[in-house]
Design a protein around this ligand. Sequence first.
Ligand SMILES: [Fe+2]
Ligand SMILES: [Fe+2]
Length: 154
Amino acid sequence: MIEFTSALWTKIPEIDEQHKALIKRINELLVLGTKAANREDTEKMLAFLGKYLFKHFNDEEKMLIEADYPKFRCHRNQHQAFINTYEKLTEEYRINGASIQYSHLLNKSAVAWATQHIQSADVEFANYLRQKENLRQKEKTLENTLLDTCLWQE
Ligand SMILES: [Fe+2]
Ligand SMILES: [Fe+2]
């Protein structure tokens, strides 16, 4: 099970909400994987997870492009790797059901996504966005100060 601890907070509300919803789904899948679950339930859940994961990665990538994020390609490659793993996972389930390989892959990739991706890559870009916004605010303040002190009169 993945816990949505403060280590996973990006402090970007939209992103945190999406992470929380994804973690909830993944945890439900992890529970289903340990039971002789109804195949239809698991397949529905996997399909939902895939759609939501795709939307989430897309939303993040739009933000990164807008911010001209220097590590955009590296970040997008990580997303792509998770999409590939997700495809492997659904394929494994389709062929063998809740096999040991399926449970192992689900566990391993869920933990990797939370710890290696959210906790480091997502948190890192969130910090970058905040720093960039702070700089923008400072520039604006400086600009306004300079304008206010322009006392020249013709
Ligand atoms: Fe994310
Ligand atoms: Fe990400």
